[in-house]
Write a protein that binds this ligand. Structure first.
Ligand code: SF4
Length: 585
């Protein structure tokens, strides 16, 4: 009923972009929800970052004490890098209002879930998490509970139906409103629903303008590391693959202006960021038009390459059909561009690719791979595959296996097909591949990919690679001791241990691999821990080192490798003391 009334109201609005941009429709309904269809005027854009953001306490609470009675925020993020970035930005905005992050919903005044709709499982997880909060909300009605992001845009009022104690449902195009909305809810206890227009609810421009790219000024304290950051260069997608919900929940494809992106990159560099990852659903489809001037993705890469202080540039996710030669040549010719391309193939069968509406054939994908190998021979390529898509036969699956064997991806992300309501595939096809068949194909393909990954990592043994050191390895991070973890020759506990690691004692004159050449000083650097970082071709390496190395780009010599990890030792460039001759005049 709510939806019907909303649609009727929408049809009453004159089809003018201005009216849509300004429209804020308050619709009375059984939930007492204020429903706002479109955005307020655009706000200044800047940029973003974060992943699973829980548990970092922050200061700067003065503004909150003035106008906001809420102080503690818990936020949980599910999904892709776009969501991680959105969460970072929401947290940064709330932090400016004086919030601090806490580790559990129990301690929080505002509890936010930034959600994903790509798979059923991700949505189920959020509903379960909401269910666990019902009791808390009954006993602590002042807590504001919000669902943000793709699932909010996708489910809208359904979320209030399934979890009536939720206060906020905010789509990815309205995230800039979250701080104000929390304050409003805290005042009047009225739930709010803020989402963008449905794709068919207006002209392309009207719908596009209702999806705001949320790119406020960067806040380095809100990133997991200050030397790595995501930079959104596009939002939305117009490809409409039949299995995918993204075009519905993230809206039409829009490229940000190169000036905004450059300004953001320069700001990040000034804050000490060394690596940026450009984000877009189909990042290599980037194209910005401004009057007569068109900026292609390769042009943007060249511009960003000139930003002083930025040492590495990555980009995800690529669309095979848009992997043009100028992009590959930019990767080849610009040394700061990482030799790493994530180009999802999804299937090796033309019949399935057509059903998925991927708009390329497997022959075209092979041709693209050949161009990558020829133009950038040292480039690592990764892929995504969906197994068990509607109507996939054993022969279709065998063709996918053949493609994986032939392309020798660095790694592949393999998913079992999960039908999503709201997609074309859901309407058109029956989900007819039994779950056990999907599981078997998933496991078989994974085993093949892992074998290839391990084989392809072997040639790195004995080589020296440049690693941007990201932080403690998972294993070291798990150590709860207040003291740094002891030197250990082992890699992540989840990984097979092969070979022998250095204790670090042979590296560097001071007996550690801190890069210090002082042989006699009292080491304030502490003990070595297991660190992790990535090569220019996105391979993960672990090695022992001093935490002081985090954020640096260091040479690491690889002594062993498995399918997932390179094992190495930091190579310290120890230049001996300079010799000066004194000349007596
Ligand atoms: S290209 Fe296809 S899979 Fe990727 S976001 Fe767009 S519709 Fe989804």
């Amino acid at each position: 009923m709510f939806r019907d009334r909303l649609c009727r109201r929408r049809r009453l609005i004159p089809a003018s972009a201005d009216r849509f941009a300004a429209a804020r429709m308050a619709v009375g309904n059984t939930f007492g929800i204020e429903y706002c269809v479109a955005n307020e005027p655009r706000r200044p854009r800047g940029s973003h970052t974060i992943g699973r953001l829980v548990g970092v306490a922050m200061a700067d609470t003065r503004s909150a004490t003035i106008n906001n009675p809420l102080k503690k925020l818990y936020i949980e993020t599910v999904g892709c890098q776009m969501n991680m970035l959105d969460s970072e930005l929401v947290v940064a905005a709330l932090r400016k209002r004086g919030y601090t992050l806490v580790n559990t919903p129990r301690d929080a005044d505002a509890i936010l879930f930034n959600t994903c709709s790509v798979r059923q499982h991700a949505e189920d997880k959020i509903y379960s998490a909401l269910g666990r909060l019902k009791h808390a909300k009954t006993h602590h009605p002042h807590k504001v509970i919000g669902v943000l992001g793709c699932m909010a845009q996708n489910h809208q009022k359904q979320i209030f139906e399934r979890a009536p104690f939720v206060d906020l449902v905010v789509g990815p195009g309205q995230l800039h409103q979250v701080p104000d909305l929390i304050e409003q809810v805290a005042k009047d206890r009225q739930p709010r629903l803020e989402v963008s227009l449905d794709r068919k609810a207006g002209t392309r421009n009207q719908v596009a303008s209702s999806f705001e790219s949320y790119d406020p000024l960067r806040d380095p304290e809100m990133r997991p590391t200050p030397y790595q950051a995501f930079v959104r260069i596009m939002i939305g997608c117009d490809k409409f693959c039949t299995y995918c919900i993204v075009p519905k929940v993230r809206g039409p494809e829009q490229s940000r202006s190169p000036e905004q992106i450059l300004a953001e990159a320069r700001q990040l560099a000034a804050e000490g960021c060394r690596e940026i990852t450009l984000l877009g659903q189909t990042v290599n489809s980037y194209r910005h038009r401004d009057g007569e001037r068109t900026t292609r993705f390769s042009d943007l890469l060249a511009m960003l390459h000139d930003v002083e202080g930025i040492d590495r540039i990555k980009f995800v996710t690529n669309y095979p059909k848009d992997m043009t030669q100028d992009v590959l040549e930019a990767v080849r010719d610009l040394p700061k561009i990482c030799r790493y391309l994530h180009v999802p193939a999804q299937s090796g069968s033309n019949r399935i690719l057509e059903r998925m509406k991927r708009l390329y054939t497997v022959e075209e994908y092979r041709e693209m791979m050949a161009r990558i190998r020829e133009t950038v021979p040292d480039c690592a390529v990764t892929s995504d595959f969906i197994v068990g898509f509607c109507g996939e036969t054993e022969e279709d699956f065998e063709q996918t296996v053949r493609l994986v064997e032939e392309c020798r991806f660095k790694n592949s992300f393999i998913f079992k097909y999960s039908p999503r309501e709201g997609t074309k595939g859901y309407e058109l096809y029956t989900d007819d591949v039994p779950e056990e068949v999907k599981k078997r194909r998933n496991n078989d393909l994974l085993a093949i990919q892992n074998r290839i990954s391990e084989e392809d990592n072997q040639p790195f043994i004995g080589r020296e690679v440049e690693i941007l050191i990201e932080g403690p390895s998972k294993r070291a991070a798990k150590q709860q001791s207040p003291q740094p973890a002891p030197v250990s020759p082992v890699a992540d506990s989840s990984l097979p241990i092969v070979g022998q690691a250095s204790t670090g004692q042979d590296n560097g004159a001071c007996g550690s691999d801190c890069g210090c050449d002082d042989t006699g000083h009292d080491h304030e650097h502490g003990q070595l821990i297991q660190l992790t970082g990535r090569t220019m071709c996105d391979r993960i390496a672990v090695f022992d080192g001093n935490p002081r190395l985090i954020g640096q780009i260091m040479p690491v010599r690889i002594y062993d490798a498995n399918a997932f990890t390179l094992f190495g030792v930091v190579v310290t460039q120890h230049a001996g003391p300079e010799v000066y001759s004194l000349s007596l005049s």
